[in-house]
Write a protein that binds this ligand. Structure first.
Ligand SMILES: *[C@@H]1O[C@H](CO)[C@@H](O)[C@H](O)[C@H]1NC(C)=O
Ligand SMILES: *[C@@H]1O[C@H](CO)[C@@H](O)[C@H](O)[C@H]1NC(C)=O
Ligand SMILES: *[C@@H]1O[C@H](CO)[C@@H](O)[C@H](O)[C@H]1NC(C)=O
Ligand SMILES: *[C@@H]1O[C@H](CO)[C@@H](O)[C@H](O)[C@H]1NC(C)=O
Length: 386
């Protein structure tokens, strides 16, 4: 990860300071063409069969994104050698080392997409990194919660000089899909996913809780965890498997919070969790072993009606040239608690640099009703970053 951080600092050094924030108004509803399509995942099927439709439908796009990843991994030194060796090995023992139901699901994904199993594993590992984002949970004056997020992905992975775009982010947008996970024909939870990924980055369990995950940069964190995993140590959980288990099986906001705070993971992360009862919202700042901090909404002195998290610990200042927190807070306060709802929060998430060239989608979730919308995002030039 060190090379990545240095690269980032180099970028920062050549970037000028940003202009003052103009909170966007009336951006909702966005162009219906940007609406994300739905697929159903039937949890009553054997794991190998659950992703058939998604894999058949999006196999070519997954292949395209993997090619972008691979170009990047090739530039990535010794870590890359390990991953590629792993991917090229026959992986015959994978099903013994991944917990149920993930081995089967990845095998099914491989079978129906035409990608080999190692490539599917690589594809799933990548989301443990590089998920740079903004998440918000806000409570309106009647105790109704809206949980929303921008997912930004692909920083440092292939800048296209001619088109001024991040190649991975471009390749990622066609993979964005909404999922309705069902048991017995009924919704258990909903999520917005990248086709090919079986974990959860953004999800809603109707009338119980909502969850989003943001990357937490850490010089050693994920790098060490994933190396240990590749070398055979299976004592730590993949973040995406933990969030998936929580969405599928946690029975309450409190249950979800305990699992997210106390399960050892491969990489550090932020979990943003919202509930249904007044004041149920928190940001969980994770180290690999456990939570460093659980920041409850009700304890935030200047805005006890919302939490907002980007990619920096809340007790530290954000990196000054990647400050999406200050404009986000400015626009949330400008919006006021009275206006909490999909339209006003969509506006906040449409304000640069909260919206930026890496933003792949915006998701809006209302836990009480189960209402779930997501939209593909583009940021027209001039737009941060670079
Ligand atoms: C805050 O809202 C007011 C009116 O609603 C607007 O005039 C002002 O420009 C907004 N502030 C920012 C930073 O956009
Ligand atoms: C750059 O944009 C052009 C035209 O929009 C497109 O044909 C080309 O494939 C793009 N290049 C990459 C690497 O995405
Ligand atoms: C959720 O619990 C069920 C029943 O115990 C189990 O079969 C399933 O694999 C669990 N889901 C995950 C993602 O762990
Ligand atoms: C995590 O576990 C510890 C010890 O068992 C417990 O005291 C703590 O409340 C748990 N954290 C959460 C957020 O539930």
């Amino acid at each position: 990860m060190r090379e990545i951080v240095l690269l980032f600092l180099a970028f920062v050094a050549v970037t000028q300071a940003q202009s003052p924030v103009q909170c966007v108004k009336n951006a909702y509803p966005p162009d219906p063409k940007t609406k994300v399509p739905w697929f159903t995942i039937n949890l009553d099927l054997p794991p190998e069969e659950r992703w058939k439709e998604v894999a058949q439908n999006r196999g070519a796009q997954i292949r395209n994104l993997l090619n972008e990843f691979k170009k990047f991994v090739l530039d990535w030194g010794s870590f890359a050698d390990k991953i590629i060796a792993f991917v090229d090995s026959d992986l015959g023992s994978l099903d013994k080392t991944l917990p149920y139901p993930f081995a089967g699901e990845l095998q099914g994904m491989s079978k129906y997409s035409g990608l080999n199993l190692g490539e599917v594993v690589l594809f799933n590992i990548f989301y443990e990194f590089f998920t740079v984002c903004t998440s918000i949970v806000a409570e309106d004056p009647n105790g109704n919660f809206v949980h929303a997020r921008n997912l930004d992905f692909g920083l440092f992975i292939g800048w296209d000089v001619k088109n001024k775009t991040w190649q991975v982010t471009e390749a990622l947008r066609p993979l964005v899909i909404n999922l309705d996970f069902q048991r017995g024909g009924k919704t258990v939870f909903k999520s917005v996913n990248f086709a090919g990924y079986v974990g959860i980055l953004t999800g809603l369990r109707p009338s119980l809780f909502s969850l989003s995950m943001n990357e937490r940069f850490n010089l050693d964190g994920g790098y060490i965890g994933i190396l240990k995993w590749l070398m055979g140590d299976r004592s730590e959980q993949w973040m995406g498997f933990l969030t998936r288990s929580v969405m599928e099986n946690a029975t309450s906001y409190e249950d979800a919070k305990t699992q997210l705070a106390n399960t050892t993971m491969l990489a550090p992360a932020y979990f943003i969790l919202g509930g249904v009862q007044s004041a149920q919202a928190a940001i969980i700042t994770r180290a690999r072993e456990k939570a460093l901090d659980v920041w409850e909404m009700s304890t935030i002195t200047d805005h006890p009606w919302y939490v907002l998290q980007t990619n920096y610990d809340h007790w530290e200042k954000p990196l000054f040239l990647d400050d999406r927190r200050t404009p986000g807070n400015q626009c949330m306060k400008n919006m006021t608690r009275q206006s909490v709802g999909f339209p006003a929060i969509f506006d906040v998430l449409s304000t640069e640099p909260v919206l930026n060239k890496l933003t792949a989608y915006t998701a809006l979730m209302e836990v009480k009703t189960g209402k779930f919308e997501s939209y593909i995002r583009y940021c027209k030039d001039p737009c941060f970053p670079w």
